[in-house]
Design a protein around this ligand. Structure first.
Ligand SMILES: [Zn+2]
Length: 234
């Protein structure tokens, strides 16, 4: 791991839904935020289909889930959020989405991108596959001067992300110590009240157990870990 003084400052977390980050990488987000990194959340959808209750309309649910996500992000030390508001459950890695994400990357100018691993085996949620692929394709496009060149006006320039860390991966090769931040991750997850089941204690215990097993499997010295596939892109 790089020394603190060498840590890049800006991080962009790209996910499909409110709560993806809290399930996948929020212990790392909380720790990095505490170390002074500026972290931006970019949500492709606002989770407007994420309810079994037919009485809640998608628009109402989207508003509620954006509030929950904003509160969860604040708990982690993230104060900048971007909601692109694409329809939940219908995400596609289109050229239009790639263009939109490349524009966000060129504006936020992150040194690091956190994203879903689209190549996780048997990943059946179409939004998670699409979000991971769109993020990676946009990282590629953002650095190319001749791609989406219409964006390169008024001081906007191509931007090369240095590192991508993919969460929910089957091929982990990078582990972050979340021993000090797992409590905040769980508290942030619980702020997604529309998604939380009744057994909050059991849910928290499962998250701790999984993070502990991740650390054990990785053979690292810390108690709780989050696992990533690291791609060097810069
Ligand atoms: Zn999701």
């Amino acid at each position: 791991m790089a020394a603190k003084k060498d840590l890049p400052l800006r991080v962009l977390m790209i996910a499909a839904h409110p709560d993806d980050a809290e399930y996948g990488c929020a212990g790392t987000v909380a720790r990095w935020a505490g170390e002074g990194r500026q972290i931006t959340y970019l949500l492709l959808s606002s989770g407007d289909k994420g309810s079994k209750n037919p009485g809640i309309r998608p628009g109402t649910l989207a508003t509620l889930r954006e509030k929950e996500q904003t509160a969860a992000a604040r708990k982690l030390g993230v104060h900048h959020l971007i909601f692109l508001r694409h329809p939940d459950g219908m995400l596609e890695n289109t050229m239009a989405l790639r263009r939109e994400l490349a524009g966000s990357i060129r504006t936020v100018r992150p040194h690091i991108v956190l994203a879903i691993d689209p190549w996780r085996h048997y990943q059946t949620h179409p939004d998670h596959r699409a979000a991971g692929l769109a993020a990676l394709d946009a990282v590629y496009a953002a650095k190319e001067v001749n791609l989406f060149a219409e964006q390169l006006v008024d001081g906007v320039e191509p931007w090369r992300v240095k590192d991508v860390y993919l969460f929910w991966t089957d091929s982990p090769d990078h582990f972050e110590d979340i021993t000090q931040s797992i409590g905040r991750r769980i508290s942030a997850l619980m702020l997604h009240a529309s998604q939380a089941g009744k057994d909050r204690k059991g849910h928290a215990a499962t998250i701790r157990k999984n993070a502990h097993e991740t650390a054990q499997k990785a053979g690292v010295a810390f108690e709780y870990a989050e696992a990533f596939k690291h791609l060097k892109t810069g």
